[in-house]
Design a protein around this ligand. Structure first.
Ligand code: PLP
Length: 384
């Protein structure tokens, strides 16, 4: 029987794409999906309880993010939070003397793809050159910035390579030029201390919360123009009846992360075990100055990511490439191309991302399945 016909327990190594819902989070959410259904804007007791549940979650996020509760705007996702930061700030400052916007070339599509819209508002938008690990150096910001820059977007850590940028220094450079700084902290929230920035995007489903709920920190004194228009919810920055269950789940997930102080250390120990177990089959590891504890960004020379991922799927390993999959085939990632990788190398990049519940034996089991996939790939290529 072929190795692929064996029933295997699956090993999930795509936590950067999304994380499983923590059972404690699920439990906290359930009543708000059932009997506690009231609209938090109404005035009777059940509605006031829903409002209080939102306020509690808001306080928890504020504590974790080092901001005021009133600076948190709940959104439907990290994507919407980033859109509000980029589009809302651009709209609010349209026609002013600052008509340039700088975007790190490593940003997620939810930031990069706002570019044509920002340009249609009359802004000149420039992509900032990144390092080979997809981090952004403060020097790149310093070189490009000037008194005509309204907004700089530079993520805390890149979702593909896991490279962490020196966002504290980037913020100093941006602030000293009088511009605004938007930091996408979707990959780091719950794992690393929160960066300082004028606008910060986070998302619940990357830290064992539900999908479809995110938040934007909007520092006092800054007012992006809303992009969803309607009622006065979320300090008039994001209309729409609140996703109470999602918000409660987000708050619970954040509280769990805050109380799990060695989460990052545990995750990186598992990731390191995986990488050590792989060393005999010569992976090419993406070298980062600083990287997220759960990220292992790897390629195997001559092995394209798409075939590797299909083989890994058959062997019961859920992994990713970090790149977009369109029309059934993986496009080389815009991030790796911008980081100066040859297209052939970018097409080989695999992303294994570990989570708080990945065990050391999962890490070892996954490494042996990766080795099997590499062998299988090599013998298939030899036959072809
Ligand atoms: N920013 C980064 C860095 C991400 O990795 C993601 C999700 O993959 C997002 C933003 C978008 O978040 P959401 O999935 O909540 O829309």
């Amino acid at each position: 029987m072929s190795e692929y016909n064996q029933p295997v327990s699956r090993i999930y190594l795509d936590h950067a794409a999304t994380t499983p819902l923590d059972p404690v989070v699920r439990q906290a959410m359930l009543p708000w999906l059932a009997e506690r259904f009231h609209n938090p804007s109404s005035l009777y007791a059940g509605a006031r309880e829903a409002r209080m549940a939102i306020d509690d979650a808001r306080d928890t996020l504020a504590e974790a993010l080092g901001c005021l509760s009133g600076e948190i705007v709940f959104t439907s996702s990290g994507t919407e939070a980033a859109n509000l930061a980029m589009i809302g700030t651009a709209l609010a400052n349209r026609g002013g003397s600052r008509d340039r916007i700088l975007i790190s070339a490593a940003e997620h599509h939810c930031v990069i793809h706002t570019r044509p819209l920002l340009e249609s508002f009359g802004y000149r938008v420039e992509l900032l050159a990144i390092e080979s690990d997809a981090s952004l150096s403060p020097g790149a910001v310093e070189e490009a910035i000037g008194e005509d820059v309204l907004l700089v977007a530079a993520m805390h850590a890149n979702n593909e390579t896991g490279a962490i940028s020196d966002v504290a220094t980037i913020y100093e450079v941006v602030r000293s030029n009088g511009a605004l700084y938007f930091c996408d902290a979707v990959q780091t929230f719950g794992l690393l201390p929160t960066p300082s920035a004028d606008l910060i995007a986070v998302s619940a489903h990357k830290l064992y919360g539900p999908k479809g709920i995110g938040a934007l920190v909007v520092r006092a004194g800054i007012k992006p123009q809303p992009t969803i228009i309607g009622g006065g919810q979320e300090r008039e920055m994001r209309a729409g009846t609140e996703n109470v269950a999602g918000i409660v789940g987000f708050g619970t997930a954040v509280r769990l992360a805050m109380n799990d102080e060695d989460r990052g250390a545990r995750i990186s120990a598992t990731r390191d075990r995986f990488e050590a177990a792989l060393s005999s089959i010569s992976p090419v590891l993406t070298q980062c100055n600083f990287r997220l504890p759960g990220h292992s960004h790897i390629r195997f020379s001559g092995h394209d990511a798409e075939s590797m991922l299909i083989n890994l799927d058959l062997l019961g390993v859920d992994a990713g490439s970090g790149a977009a999959c369109s029309s059934g085939s993986i496009e080389p990632s815009h991030v790796l191309l911008a980081a100066g990788w040859p297209e052939s190398d970018a097409k080989e990049a695999l992303r294994f991302t570990f989570g708080k519940d990945t065990s050391l034996s999962d890490a070892e089991g996954a490494a042996s399945r990766v080795a099997q996939a590499v062998r299988r790939y090599s013998s298939a290529s030899a036959k072809a």
